[in-house]
Write a protein that binds this ligand. Structure first.
Ligand code: NAD
Length: 254
């Protein structure tokens, strides 16, 4: 059991990578706080964990809303008195070249993908400082390092998350807190299915193009990213600090 009794918080755990990671963490002995905006999806994750004999608690909270995040953290501390792992995973897409984007779209994607890392971290870090340990995993993307068409705001958010990860690591290293980033390539989840439908007239053809961009020739699976999150959450990665971890089938270096 690599996360036995660790109190782990996963934002956006009602779907895709977050959900798969919640199931994996629970199977490794973690007590998982499943956060999401969607109550039915979050509860479905908890139900699957319950059915497999794990322990999980759903807390509905909007990661862009300070009051909502604060209330979530207070509830967790009241119940468990500590938080060992925070996986800042919740995120949304945004399609368009910069000049095509309306300000409200820009601000919405910035809010979820960047404020959505800031706020849970802001309210959880003081509890990690108090216990002098913790692992924070921030969801960036390989798009933080490579230019892709019509992903202006999404790229900007994921670049910000990567830079923030390094800055956080410097600030919190002295308190025994590690902060690392995940940089996935294209992983087949509802997020990507929606993106393909919104961005392309021919989603099937676009999908083939994306597969070719990855040296693997295939899309990644949520479990590929979940295994990387498990590594960063566990003490096995204790010498990793402020690092980007690529799970991209070679997309960044291909
Ligand atoms: P997904 O859409 O399947 O899951 C995202 C979850 O986040 C959803 O359940 C959604 O309800 C939740 N969410 C959205 N806004 C929220 C908010 N304000 N508060 C709380 N929860 C909220 O997406 P996914 O593909 O699993 O993506 C997860 C993360 O991985 C995102 O940050 C995404 O940018 C990143 N990522 C995905 C890929 C990919 O190819 N799928 C690649 C690189 C990075």
């Amino acid at each position: 059991m690599r996360l036995k009794d660790k109190i782990t918080v996963i934002t956006g755990a009602g779907s895709g990578i977050g959900k798969t990671t919640a199931l994996l963490f629970a199977s490794e002995g973690a007590k998982v706080i499943v956060n999401d905006l969607s109550e039915p999806n979050g509860q479905a994750t908890v139900k699957e964990i319950d059915q497999s004999g794990g322990e999980a608690l759903f807390i509905q909270a909007d990661v862009t809303n300070p009051e909502s995040v604060k209330a979530m953290v207070e509830r967790i501390i009241e119940k468990y008195d500590r938080i060992d792992v925070l996986f800042n995973n919740a995120g949304i897409s945004g399609v368009g070249a910069l000049h095509e984007l309306e300000l409200d779209v820009w601000e919405r994607v910035m809010k979820v993908n960047v404020n959505g890392v800031f706020l849970p971290s802001k309210y959880i870090v003081p509890h990690m400082i108090e216990k002098k340990c913790g692992s924070i995993i921030n969801m960036s993307s390989c798009i933080a390092e490579i230019g892709l068409a019509k992903r202006a705001v999404y790229s900007a958010t994921k670049g910000a998350v990567l830079a923030l990860t390094k800055s956080m690591q410097v600030d919190y290293a002295a308190y025994g807190i590690r902060v690392n980033a995940l940089l996935p390539g294209t992983i087949l989840t509802p997020f990507v299915e929606n993106y393909l439908k919104t961005a392309y007239d021919d989603p099937e053809k676009a999908l083939e193009g994306i597969k070719k961009r990855q040296l693997s020739g295939e899309l990644g699976r949520p479990i590929d990213v979940a295994y990387a999150a498990l590594y960063l959450a566990s003490d096995e990665s204790k010498f990793m600090m402020g690092s980007p971890l690529y799970i991209d089938g070679g997309a960044t270096f291909g």
